[in-house]
Design a protein around this ligand. Sequence first.
Ligand SMILES: Cc1ncc(COP(=O)(O)O)c(C=O)c1O
Length: 253
Amino acid sequence: MTMEIPFTEEQIVDACLEIVRVNKIEECYLRPIAFLGDGAMGLGAVNPTRVAVVPWKWGSYLGDEGIKNGIRAKVSSFTRPGVNMLMAKGKVVGHYVNSILAKREALKAGYQEAVMLDASGYVSEASGENIFVVRDGKIATPPYGASILGGITRDSVITIAKELGFETEQRLISRDELYCADEVFFCGTAAEVTPVRELDDRKIGKGGRGPITQRIQERYFEVVRGKHPNHAEWISVSRGLNQGPIALTLFAR
Ligand SMILES: Cc1ncc(COP(=O)(O)O)c(C=O)c1O
């Protein structure tokens, strides 16, 4: 985005831990945000970059029931912007108008989330999550070079799936593959790993949380809560005085 961030990654991680510690929060969503500060108006303004970290008590983004039994989603009538239209890989505030339109459309129609297709009609991601599909024991997700946000949870899920011994590929996925899949799930910092039980009123697999989704989900929750020995490097631990670990947060590249 050509924004110079006046802090190191380490300082921002420290700020995330500190905000949780001073507010005595046990579990929350953390939103570090870099934005152009005060100064000139206009699209060409290059004002100093400010950084804020906001903790948000949120619970599961798509609901505890969704985490357990899956959610209902709808393919959106809105298209994901193409790879050269913006910085698709990044979590950039301005991009979210597209996601908001899709999410509102889905909610209004009685679904919980929207699946976005790219300009060629291939599956891209959900309005706020990356997407995975499982068929015949194989796991697939759209490639990093596609019009998707390069999610850290997506990276974590790919790593976990491989460690659990599942064949995992990054390739183009068509809409009808989703309908014919054994399992579909979303993943993201807020949504964690959420199964999709129904898409466009079609049952996915048996219509609940599939067994492979469940294994990945369980391992993901163990790792992010510091209950599994693998991937301590994904976790930042803040220790209060004599209180043991009081805050954990994922902060991978
Ligand atoms: C559009 C979109 N895709 C994917 C993701 C998942 O990214 P991450 O795992 O880095 O949270 C998000 C998360 O906010 C998102 O908004």
